[in-house]
Design a protein. Structure first.
Length: 282
């Protein structure tokens, strides 16, 4: 009798969990549905007080019109954002990863002082460094260039902090075994540490890529020329004080999130498996 009651309780618990997961999935997917639904609608369908689950007719030409709009080079903006995000992500992983490993493993006198200085920069508001960064980039002649958009974001203090804390807990036995074979710090980092840290590296890379892709204020100021627009700047042109092009805004937003969804789907396995298998500790 007790086993039957326990089995029924387990079944009820499973049903509740599935219901919660389904409700959570629906709430999570609702914004994506609204983006696609409104992107394939007319202005009247979007603003109509009589809400419909699907528009009266699917406006597939909205996608074609988006890429054929001469006033908003969305294709060039997507390419710029992709280049900037990929280069910045790789730069942050390499530079901040090496800095974090050096602070965690290479003994030198001022290691803690350098680390505390890096952490202290996290306390400085971004608005304080915005003007000096702009003046420096402008002086170098990098306004409206990909260099001006990429180079200032190649190093991130927060990523360095996370790498340093992670490498402090990395098993020293693996590194010592490599060093006994005559491998220096450089070889140990690339041959031992990085292959066993794929989950953590994938997580930092995902966060960095999303942050770079969604950046708005810095590209808005440093890239006034259309040739250097990012996708976020292109999106903002559909929402002005004079006009609001809702169908184009929604369809452009739908297109803009596709690379993020693809990247997350691709890296999801690495993140999960890396945390389970490579997220080892002493």
């Amino acid at each position: 009798m007790a086993n039957i009651q326990r089995s029924r309780a387990d079944q009820a618990g499973s049903v509740v969990r599935y219901v919660v997961l389904v409700v959570g999935a629906i709430l999570f997917l609702l914004p994506f549905y609204l983006l696609v639904r409104n992107g394939l609608s007319t202005e009247q369908d979007i603003t109509s007080p009589d809400w419909k689950l699907f528009p009266s007719s699917l406006q597939w030409h909205n996608i074609v019109d988006l890429f054929n709009d001469p006033a908003v080079p969305i294709g060039r903006a997507l390419l710029n954002s992709l280049v900037i995000s990929v280069v910045q992500t790789v730069g942050v992983l390499v530079i901040s990863g090496l800095a974090g490993y050096g602070l965690a493993r290479i003994p030198f006198r001022y290691a803690n002082a350098v680390f505390y200085f890096i952490v202290a920069t996290l306390l400085i508001p971004a608005a304080v460094t915005f003007v000096p960064s702009f003046v420096l980039v402008s002086t170098l002649g990098w306004v409206s260039t990909l260099r001006g958009l990429i180079v200032p974001g190649l190093f991130q203090a927060f990523a360095t902090f996370l790498f340093r804390q992670y490498f402090l807990n990395f098993p020293r036995e693996l590194e010592e075994a490599a060093q006994l074979d005559g491998t220096a710090y450089w070889g140990t980092f690339w041959r031992i540490v990085v292959p066993n840290s794929t989950g953590f590296v994938a997580a930092i890379g995902t966060i960095t890529f999303i942050g770079s892709w969604n950046a708005f204020l810095w590209p808005l100021v440093i890239a006034p020329d259309q040739s250097a627009w990012t996708v976020q700047i292109a999106l903002s042109t559909f929402l002005t004080a004079q006009t609001i092009n809702l169908p184009q805004l929604f369809v452009a937003a739908s297109v803009a999130i596709v690379p993020l969804v693809v990247m997350f789907v691709f890296l999801q396995r690495w993140i999960v498996e890396g945390v389970e298998r490579s997220g080892i500790s002493e």
